[in-house]
Ligand binder design. Structure first.
Ligand SMILES: *[C@@H]1O[C@H](CO)[C@@H](O)[C@H](O)[C@H]1NC(C)=O
Ligand SMILES: *[C@@H]1O[C@H](CO)[C@@H](O)[C@H](O)[C@H]1NC(C)=O
Ligand SMILES: *[C@@H]1O[C@H](CO)[C@@H](O)[C@H](O)[C@H]1NC(C)=O
Ligand SMILES: *[C@@H]1O[C@H](CO)[C@@H](O)[C@H](O)[C@H]1NC(C)=O
Ligand SMILES: *[C@@H]1O[C@H](CO)[C@@H](O)[C@H](O)[C@H]1NC(C)=O
Ligand SMILES: *[C@@H]1O[C@H](CO)[C@@H](O)[C@H](O)[C@H]1NC(C)=O
Ligand SMILES: *[C@@H]1O[C@H](CO)[C@@H](O)[C@H](O)[C@H]1NC(C)=O
Ligand SMILES: *[C@@H]1O[C@H](CO)[C@@H](O)[C@H](O)[C@H]1NC(C)=O
Ligand SMILES: *[C@@H]1O[C@H](CO)[C@@H](O)[C@H](O)[C@H]1NC(C)=O
Ligand SMILES: *[C@@H]1O[C@H](CO)[C@@H](O)[C@H](O)[C@H]1NC(C)=O
Ligand SMILES: CC(=O)N[C@H]1CO[C@H](CO)[C@@H](O)[C@@H]1O
Length: 337
């Protein structure tokens, strides 16, 4: 009797907290092969003009660009083909969740993310129809290994963030309006020096990215694989999570007088994509500043344009294996409601 009454107490306090909106229960657990069931392959033309050809599921499996076991899902780009100037782009994959999400928490357990010059990987959420009206939340995104490792929102007009929020990262920009400053969005750069993105992330076996979306805020956390402070409910993939116990987020976008979160963010799909070059990674100044060789498209083609002396390279520099590490390895995606 004593045990059950203390259970009742625990339940009562869980319900109490649930009303406060910080306790969530597992709604969807996507693991390994499960990614094939929960996501659709999108063989669309890259809206950001990337040097990419997104293939369908049949082709992806045939070329081993996606590969799943019970507990891991790999999504990668082709690393064997030398492209011609007239090819549309390097074969890669973009997947979109079948379900849509409003208020929720999503936790990604990621072992490896795409790295290399020219790569532009992203894990994000958006309402594609009518974009940017339904909002876009970039959980994990970056280009050319380096600049920047950040989480960003893109919205319709009249949404900006106060630069005073409790977070470990730093706002690079605070206006989320996609029509402002060439759609740079409001982005928070992470404090973690080298581990939250690219080669540094991969060298430590990755970690966990989590995003919580409520009517009151959007928050993103990142924990390194061996972070002693990673919350137990995150690392174990628990049935019940308490985001209040997760500590200061890396990025924190609060509802505020300059941005009504509820009106800017609608039902969204989760998208995982890996493109090359395009509007961001291929921006000549950014690409060059990343310390990457040649120009982005030439590098991604892996074909040295020897006829053009400005590239000053030799045929021996043809090197599609430059993209051998351009892959996501994801153990799981848990969605909580
Ligand atoms: C996507 O696949 C369909 C069916 O194979 C094809 O008709 C369409 O052209 C493809 N789109 C792109 C952008 O490759
Ligand atoms: C890939 O993801 C990023 C998310 O930040 C998005 O801006 C870009 O349009 C995406 N590209 C494609 C073609 O999916
Ligand atoms: C997948 O893409 C390949 C190559 O473009 C095409 O031949 C095939 O018909 C497509 N399959 C489906 C189911 O769309
Ligand atoms: C496909 O990729 C996986 C993971 O990299 C690898 O273990 C497997 O051997 C590959 N399969 C083939 C047929 O190459
Ligand atoms: C690429 O396309 C252009 C225009 O169609 C053509 O003139 C050129 O010969 C093509 N180059 C190659 C290498 O196929
Ligand atoms: C909302 O955005 C539009 C377009 O940028 C602008 O003209 C208008 O002044 C904004 N309204 C407010 C209240 O900021
Ligand atoms: C926000 O504040 C931080 C700390 O004061 C500062 O480093 C950063 O440049 C500011 N960001 C913007 C966009 O003003
Ligand atoms: C970041 O990590 C990569 C891969 O481990 C390493 O090569 C590089 O030196 C690190 N950079 C810094 C600034 O720590
Ligand atoms: C968000 O902020 C706006 C402006 O201050 C306010 O009108 C709205 O009620 C807030 N939404 C919530 C869910 O608190
Ligand atoms: C970047 O551009 C400058 C000026 O054009 C050039 O000197 C430098 O070699 C380039 N860097 C790389 C890595 O190509
Ligand atoms: C790998 C990488 O891009 N690291 C950067 C992450 O963001 C911080 C803060 O802006 C930079 O100092 C790191 O260099």
């Amino acid at each position: 009797m004593k045990i059950s009454s203390s259970r009742t107490l625990v339940l009562a306090s869980l319900v109490g907290s649930a009303l406060a909106g910080r306790i969530y229960t597992l709604d969807e657990c996507v693991r390994g092969e499960g990614f094939y069931d929960s996501f659709n392959f999108e063989n669309i033309t890259d809206p950001t003009h990337g040097r990419v050809t997104y293939v369908n599921r049949t082709t992806a499996e045939r070329l081993n660009l996606t590969y799943a076991t019970d507990d891991t899902f790999i999504l990668r780009a082709d690393d064997t083909t030398v492209l011609g100037v007239n090819d549309t782009g390097r074969n890669s994959v973009r997947i979109r969740s079948n379900r849509q999400y409003h208020e929720h928490v999503v936790v990604f357990d990621i072992q490896h993310m795409p790295e290399g010059c020219g790569t532009w990987p992203a894990i994000w959420e958006t309402k594609e129809i009518g974009w940017p009206a339904g909002g876009e939340i970039d959980i994990l995104e970056g280009a050319n290994n380096v600049v920047p490792n950040q989480s960003t929102l893109h919205t319709g007009h009249n949404c900006s963030m106060p630069n005073t929020t409790l977070q470990s990262g730093t706002f690079a920009t605070t206006d989320c309006d996609a029509s402002v400053a060439y759609n740079v969005g409001c982005g928070v750069k992470y404090a973690q020096d080298n581990s939250s993105f690219g080669p540094g992330f991969n060298s430590i076996g990755g970690g966990w990215y989590a995003m919580e979306r409520t009517l009151h805020y959007i928050k993103v956390w990142f924990w390194e694989r061996h972070d002693p402070f990673v919350p137990w409910d995150v690392s174990s993939g628990a049935w019940i999570i308490d985001t209040d116990s997760w500590g200061t987020p890396a990025a924190n976008f609060p509802n505020n007088t300059e941005c009504d979160i509820q009106s800017h963010f609608k039902n969204q799909n989760i998208i995982i994509n890996l493109t090359f070059c395009g509007d961001w990674a291929g921006n000549p100044a950014l690409y060059n500043a990343s310390g990457c060789p040649l120009d982005c498209v030439t590098y991604v083609n892996s074909k040295c344009p020897c006829a053009n002396v400005q590239y000053n390279c030799k045929p021996s520099t043809d090197n599609p294996t430059a993209f051998t590490n351009a892959y996501f390895e994801i153990s799981s995606m848990n969605v909580y409601k």
